[in-house]
Design a protein around this ligand. Structure first.
Ligand code: GZL
Length: 323
């Protein structure tokens, strides 16, 4: 047999072995998961989907809820390193302050995968990041408003996500890019509601008081549906009709925004899948079993939904997904 043929045969067998190795999957692997908290319906769904994905793959998931505090996430990551886990998943609450602890994970040869939020840190500190294009989410929301109001003057109030988090920074940027060429659309007030329903309601109450009881407000743009649902309640308490007196546009596509759409109280949402763990575990499997280095960024889809998209059926579909 020629040398060339021998090499081809060896390569073929190698590939077979490596794919067989990959077929082993993650059975028995121990993976630490530092989750931000349970601040929103979407977050709760992400947690339940991650646990389902881990169970389906035989992963022993060590779960740590940080109650939205970075210091708790850092403590949990150090705990995972001390336990000698096989990998660490992190949903980073804010974008900065991760270099030291992720360097410790790297020095311990433990791969780290970021879920649903990004960080400002050297990219060699994490294996991959599974997240949506958050600038695009903001842009899609802004483009919907531009298309809806046309040349009509429209004062917008903005409910921002957690200060310093990548979605809050990026969703603001995308929305502002979309309305930039439309002088009739202006963000007149912008404040964080920390991605929670209660804070979203409280901040919207302040906006309404400050803007002549809401008469000057044409739309509320919320960085997530939970703050939008809180704002809807505040608008109703002020005697106005959400969805018509004040348009409501947000992001996540959780069930409750679809029930608001059915009631005529919400106008648009941009979908964020709660299944970031599936692609993360697939990348980890290929990396640990076949040495395959994943792309640094795995981007999930962002789709616009409005009341024209059968919101009742969207509600029914999502209700069963761990929300
Ligand atoms: C975005 C994610 C955000 C959701 C909110 O990827 O981190 O955090 O939009 C959640 O619902 O609080």
């Amino acid at each position: 047999m020629s040398v060339i043929k021998k090499l081809a045969l060896a390569a073929g067998i190698g590939a077979l072995l490596s794919s067989a190795a990959w077929a082993q999957g993650l059975e028995g692997k121990v993976v630490g998961f530092s989750q931000i908290g349970s601040e929103s319906g979407w977050r709760a769904a992400e947690t339940s989907v991650t646990k389902q994905q881990a169970e389906a793959r035989g992963v022993d998931l060590k779960f740590a809820d940080a109650q939205q505090k970075q210091e708790n996430q850092i403590k949990a990551i150090r705990g995972f390193i001390a336990q000698g886990v096989d990998a660490i998943l992190v949903a980073p609450v804010v974008a900065t302050g991760w270099d030291e602890v992720l360097t410790e994970a790297k020095e311990a040869n433990i791969p780290v995968i970021l879920l649903d939020r990004g960080i400002e840190a050297p990219e060699d500190l994490y294996l991959t990041s599974v997240a949506s294009d958050q600038v695009k989410e903001g842009r899609v929301a802004g483009e919907w408003l531009v298309g809806t109001v046309g040349d009509k003057p429209c004062n917008v109030v903005e409910l921002q996500g957690t200060v310093g988090s990548s979605p809050a920074i990026n969703r603001k940027q995308g929305f502002e890019e979309a309305i930039a060429g439309h002088a009739n659309i202006t963000i007149v007030r912008s404040q964080t509601g920390d991605f929670t329903r209660s804070k979203g309601k409280e901040v919207m109450e302040g906006f309404l008081k400050a803007e002549d009881g809401g008469k000057n407000i044409c739309a509320v743009y919320a960085h997530n549906d939970d703050m939008a649902v809180g704002a809807i309640q505040a608008i109703k308490d002020a005697g106005l009709k959400p969805g018509s007196d004040i348009l409501v546009v947000s992001i996540d596509a959780v069930p409750d925004i679809f029930s608001a759409m059915v009631a005529g109280e919400a106008n648009a949402t941009v979908e964020l899948t709660p299944n970031m763990a599936g692609p993360a575990f697939d990348a980890l499997d290929a990396y640990l079993n076949a040495g395959t280095v994943p792309p640094k960024f795995i981007i999930t889809e962002s789709k616009l939904y409005t009341p024209a998209d059968n919101p009742q059926s969207e509600y029914d579909t999502r209700k069963g997904l761990g929300y």
